[in-house]
Design a protein around this ligand. Structure first.
Ligand SMILES: Nc1ncnc2c1ncn2[C@@H]1O[C@H](COP(=O)(O)OP(=O)(O)OP(=O)(O)O)[C@@H](O)[C@H]1O
Ligand SMILES: [Mg+2]
Length: 262
């Protein structure tokens, strides 16, 4: 990977309206990055509280960051001064506990992080700890939460590439336009490249491209409706098990080649 905004680690995040295929596309990107053997050490972060990425990748984790965070809050609230002092030192270790090493990549699941209410100092510490952990990886791929929240609550401040997923609906494109505005005008997050991916495409390709163009969104690619993918998801089979030449994975591979690895 060439460019990097984070000390040599390439950060890529996937966002967009709910249900447009963020999790499916992230899983297919994971597979394409692993198969390319050009992504170096890869970390996939499931930032969606519902943990959908785990089944898409056919993976499990022992603990989520949300659970780690609750432990930290408990100690910070009820612990002795000694315990509190020890906490800062323990933090990185705790974050590493939530990290799960798979054969070809590592996985970090955020899980639910709001169960004990907002506890901003802890969130800040966690962000720092994830930053430290990310130094061990060459590429980090984040499957985001639906909508705009994840842009506001970014677990990272700078991204190399942001992929916005949209279906062929006006609402999907509206969300994409708002995200683009948050990045480019409001500068909520720093971002090297930003592009749109249409997912579940069944036709009207010219119309989709024209609509994106009108909103000033550059199109990274179109991923067709893939019945094999839908079938895998229906029965809980990993999306990463799909053959590489299935229409979905093939389209995502081209996007990865053209916009992440070139
Ligand atoms: N290219 C595709 N072909 C066929 N089905 C697809 C495709 N992409 C996604 N799907 C299906 O669409 C549904 C939504 O996909 P997915 O869960 O990836 O969306 P999401 O954006 O991550 O949703 P959420 O906002 O809930 O996190 C799933 O049932 C998935 O199987
Ligand atoms: Mg999802």
């Amino acid at each position: 990977m060439t460019q990097s905004a984070n000390n040599g680690t390439t950060l890529v995040s996937v966002c967009g309206k709910g249900g447009t295929g963020k999790t499916a596309v992230t899983a297919m990107m994971t597979r394409a990055l692993v198969d390319s053997r050009r992504a170096g050490k890869l970390l996939v972060i499931d930032a969606d509280p519902a943990l959908g990425q785990l089944s898409a990748l056919g993976a499990e984790v022992e603990r989520t960051m949300g659970q780690v965070r609750e432990d930290i809050i408990k100690t910070a609230k009820g612990g002795t001064d000694e315990a509190k002092a020890a906490l800062a030192d323990k933090l990185e270790y705790l974050v590493f506990e939530a990290l799960s090493e798979k054969e070809d990549f590592a996985l970090l699941a955020m899980g639910r992080t709001e169960t004990l209410g907002c506890y901003c100092p802890v969130n800040g510490l966690l962000r720092g700890a994830i930053g430290a952990l990310s130094e061990s990886f060459d590429t980090i791929l984040i499957d985001g939460e639906a909508g705009l929240e994840q842009i506001n609550r970014q677990i990272v401040r700078r991204l190399d590439t942001l992929l916005i997923i949209s279906d062929a609906s006006a609402r999907g494109l509206e969300t994409a336009a708002v995200i683009k505005n948050m990045v480019e005008e409001e500068k909520v997050i720093e971002c090297g490249k930003l592009g749109l991916v249409f997912n579940r495409v069944t036709g009207n390709e010219d119309l989709l491209r024209t609509s994106a163009d009108k909103l000033g969104l550059s199109v990274f690619g179109l991923v067709p409706q893939d019945e094999a993918l839908a079938a895998n998801d229906m029965v809980g089979k990993p999306i990463t098990d799909l053959p590489a030449d299935s229409p979905g994975p093939a389209a995502v591979r081209a996007i990865v080649e053209n916009f992440l690895l070139s």
